[in-house]
Design a protein around this ligand. Structure first.
Ligand code: DX5
Ligand code: ZN
Length: 222
């Protein structure tokens, strides 16, 4: 079985001490740090932008897996690169020129990801397969942590797994929303290689983070 990356979403962290929270999940075994950027327009919630990300950068060497839920994206690409984002993931609905956006992200030295809302078909990425490093399957409607996992997205994961395997390229297949000890092993069995989890990682405070992260990986006896 492939190694699975765990990317805790700091949306569920204590915003009053984000630096400490990032150090705690790094130490607890996080492989990447998932940062949800929301603009109150593309999704009905607001979070943070490049200045906050830049201040968080010195707190860990782990990759910043930045999920943009903003429209438009293009005017901000360089600001996110400068702030220290390693992967920049965008929704196709956020702008009219997905291919150009992906090229601009790579041109700015970052890996490029595409996020698919629950109602967005897998086929949308077919023409840009050579231009992406990550596909993010949203298993909730984006905007908030703590929502219930949408089962139908497992079929989309299986479909994307086949599409990615056909390319022969090492594209990360990530899933985001409602992942916990019960849903995560099922998503991994369907073919994902990265798990985003907010509420399931940050519940119980820093003393629980290592166990919470471990619970998202499939048991060796499974
Ligand atoms: C939702 C965000 C997620 C969110 C997941 O729009 O993209 O990353 O933090 O939260 P949980 O894991 O609590 O569903
Ligand atoms: Zn996210």
């Amino acid at each position: 079985m492939r190694d699975v990356l765990i990317s805790p979403s700091i949306l569920s962290a204590d915003f009053a001490c984000l630096g400490e929270e990032i150090r705690a999940i790094d130490k607890a075994g996080a492989d990447m740090i998932h940062i949800d950027v929301m603009d109150g327009h593309f999704v009905p919630n607001l979070t943070f932008g490049p200045p906050v990300i830049e201040k968080l950068r010195p707190h860990t060497k782990k990759p910043f897996d930045v999920h943009l839920m903003i429209a438009p994206v293009d005017p901000f690409i360089h600001a996110f690169a400068k702030a220290g984002a390693n992967i920049l993931t965008v929704h196709p609905e956020a702008g009219p020129h997905l291919h150009r956006t992906l090229q601009a992200i790579r041109g700015a030295g970052m890996k490029a990801g595409v996020a698919l809302n629950p109602a967005t078909p897998a086929s949308i990425i077919e023409p840009v397969m050579d231009d992406i490093d990550l596909v993010l399957v949203m298993s909730v409607n984006p905007g908030f942590g703590g929502q219930a996992f949408i089962e139908s997205q497992l079929r989309k994961v299986e479909q994307l797994r086949r599409m990615i395997d056909q390319t022969g390229r090492d594209i990360i297949l990530e899933i985001d929303g409602g992942l916990n000890a019960e849903t995560s092993p099922r998503a991994i069995a369907a073919g994902v290689t990265a798990i985003v989890a907010g509420s399931a990682v940050f519940k119980g405070g820093p003393a629980a983070y290592a166990d919470n992260i471990r619970a998202l990986r499939p048991s060796v006896h499974a």
